[in-house]
Ligand binder design. Structure first.
Ligand code: AMP
Ligand code: MG
Length: 539
């Protein structure tokens, strides 16, 4: 291996661009919108921007790429990650994929505004693909401009890193750069277009391959390319599975099912709602990908979705995410069926998704409650009643579980608590005090008693249980209104709050004295404000 010293010039990054080397390219290199057949990608360069300015960068992702702090602070960094300059070894391209959008096959989609720069091999030998989102039109831009606005870029940047630090599988984000150019957006598609500041996020992941990559070749009945792309994916993203064969395709699909289940369990644990779980937004690696109109549950509500585009159907609401992931895997199974030609093993893999999710969800909920393990005979009811209570009075999910960790398991504590109704104990977690009716208080007291009895059976010391609970129940999440406040300031040219949130969210499970304000429940003004409780796909 080379020296461990970080890189000071981006030209020193080592690229090994397997994707373009091993997969067929679109022979057409002119940049106009079209259907691209018989190819996995089109060569296309980022469009130059006028006055790029660094908003923020992630030092953890810079470390993954061996970039020095000086380099990240340099003008060279800004120019390159704004798409104004390519460095030695970059080979920019846009990927062809399709997808089901809101349950319907949408045909060719592709990287309409993402331009891949190539794959960096870092000093540890890890391979990281770099991608600029919002870097200008590509053959896949359809009727859109290929650009991204600052608000959605900040949301993607902060959330990628927040999810990583929460322990949720995700694509990463190196940087967010304001372009200095304006982008026209009609935020709520209601005939009110306005100019907004543009920006570009540099995303980083082992690969950005989506379910829709496989679907497009199957839909076009291009089985040779379907096989070539699947073999490529197994070689690069799943090398431990060995040489592709029908048996290995099944093992591969089974692993995709398992990873997807694990990702969804994490989403349900932290209260993340993706908002647009179309099959083109599902990573083959089980990473959270494409942060658009996502949101974080504030009051626990399984029916909530932040996405106004989905307000009528609520297809992608919080409580429906496990089912939608299953449905999406079914679409992937259909796409890869020609490689396997047997329904039964694909069905079994789908069953594994359901089992992995079910077991994972139970273990996760037990963990949130501080139980040593999930005991179906008693814990199913305990959890059901808790989830009902969280909805009976609007209760902030994050605050509630953090507070619950402070419970003590002595009878004295319990008696004192239930005598004055447990509701006071969770005070700051409630949004509407009038909902704390005598009936609600009675139910809560009964539940608390049951809960404490259950903890007593486990016999774990309170301190030990508390630190276990605080390691899975975050104190700080990217509350929708916090992201919006940071965006409001950034749109005025002040990027401090973006960086403050980035710093905060590096340690989401720690108390972080002095920063408690960032853990507060959503203020009333944010209940109905655009960007805080409702978002559209416009970005
Ligand atoms: P999304 O809903 O963000 O996953 O986007 C669905 C498809 O639309 C993808 O193929 C995107 O690349 C494309 N797309 C979204 N926004 C734009 C844009 N502003 N310009 C070009 N393509 C876009
Ligand atoms: Mg997408």
């Amino acid at each position: 291996m080379n020296s461990r010293a970080p890189i000071n010039r981006l030209d020193d990054l080592v690229f090994d661009n397997r994707f373009v080397r091993e997969l067929p390219a679109d022979p057409e290199t002119a940049n106009y919108r079209r259907q691209v057949g018989g190819a996995c990608y089109s060569l296309v360069s980022p469009a130059p921007v006028s006055r790029p300015q660094r908003v923020a960068y992630s030092r953890e992702v810079a470390d993954l790429l061996d970039l020095s702090a000086e380099l990240c602070e340099s003008d060279e960094f800004v120019q390159v990650f704004a798409g104004n300059r390519l460095t030695a070894g970059m080979a920019p391209y846009a990927i062809c994929y399709g997808g089901h959008q809101f349950g319907y096959w949408a045909g060719q989609l592709g990287d309409g505004r993402a331009i891949n720069l190539g794959e960096v091999v870092n000093r540890r030998g890890e391979r990281w693909a770099l991608q600029l989102k919002g870097a200008g039109p590509t053959p896949y831009s359809r009727n859109a401009d290929g650009l991204a606005v600052l608000r959605s870029s900040i949301r993607e940047f902060l959330c990628s890193e927040a999810m990583f630090h929460l322990g949720v599988p995700t694509t990463r984000a190196l940087s967010v750069i304001a372009t200095g150019d304006e982008v026209i957006r009609d935020m709520f598609y209601n005939g009110n277009p306005k100019a907004e500041p543009g920006a570009i996020v540099c995303r980083v992941a082992p690969s950005f391959t989506r379910f829709g990559n496989f679907q497009i070749f199957a839909a076009r009945n291009d089985l040779a390319l379907l096989k070539q792309f699947t073999d490529y994916t197994i070689h690069t993203d799943f090398p431990h599975l060995g040489e592709p064969s029908p048996k290995v395709y099944v093992e591969w699909f089974t692993e995709v099912c398992r990873r997807t289940a694990e990702m969804i369990v994490h989403w349900q644990r932290v209260g993340f709602v993706h908002g647009v779980m179309n099959t083109d937004n599902m990573s083959i690696l089980g990473l959270t990908i494409d942060y658009g109109p996502y949101g974080w549950l504030e009051n626990y509500d399984p029916d909530w979705t932040p996405n106004t585009t989905d307000a009528a159907e609520r297809r992608y609401r919080f409580g429906h995410q496990p089912h939608i992931a299953f449905w999406n895997l079914g679409q992937l199974a259909n796409a890869v069926y020609p490689l396997i030609e047997e329904v039964e093993p694909l069905q079994q893999a789908m069953n594994q998704y359901a089992e992995t999710f079910e077991r994972g969800w139970q273990a996760m909920m037990a963990g949130k409650l501080g139980l040593v393990s999930y005991r179906p005979d008693v814990d199913e009811e305990l959890i059901d009643e808790l989830l009902a209570l969280l909805q009976a009075a609007e209760t902030d999910m994050t605050l509630f579980f953090r507070r619950l960790a402070r419970m003590e398991t002595t009878d004295d504590f319990l008696n004192a608590l239930t005598a004055q109704s447990g509701a006071g104990f969770f005070g700051e977690a409630y949004y509407v005090p009038e909902q704390l009716t005598p009936d609600y208080r009675r139910r809560l007291s009964l539940w608390l008693e049951r809960y404490v009895r259950r903890l007593q059976q486990d016999g774990v010391a309170d301190e030990t249980r508390r630190s276990r609970m605080n390691a899975v129940n975050p104190k700080y999440v990217l509350r929708n209104y916090l992201a919006q406040l940071a965006i409001d300031k950034a749109e005025q040219g002040d990027f401090d709050m973006v960086n403050e949130l980035l710093e905060l969210l590096r340690r989401p499970y720690d108390e972080q004295p002095g920063r408690e304000l960032f853990a507060a429940r959503r203020p009333d003004w944010a209940r109905t404000r655009a960007g805080c409780s409702m978002l559209s796909c416009s970005s």
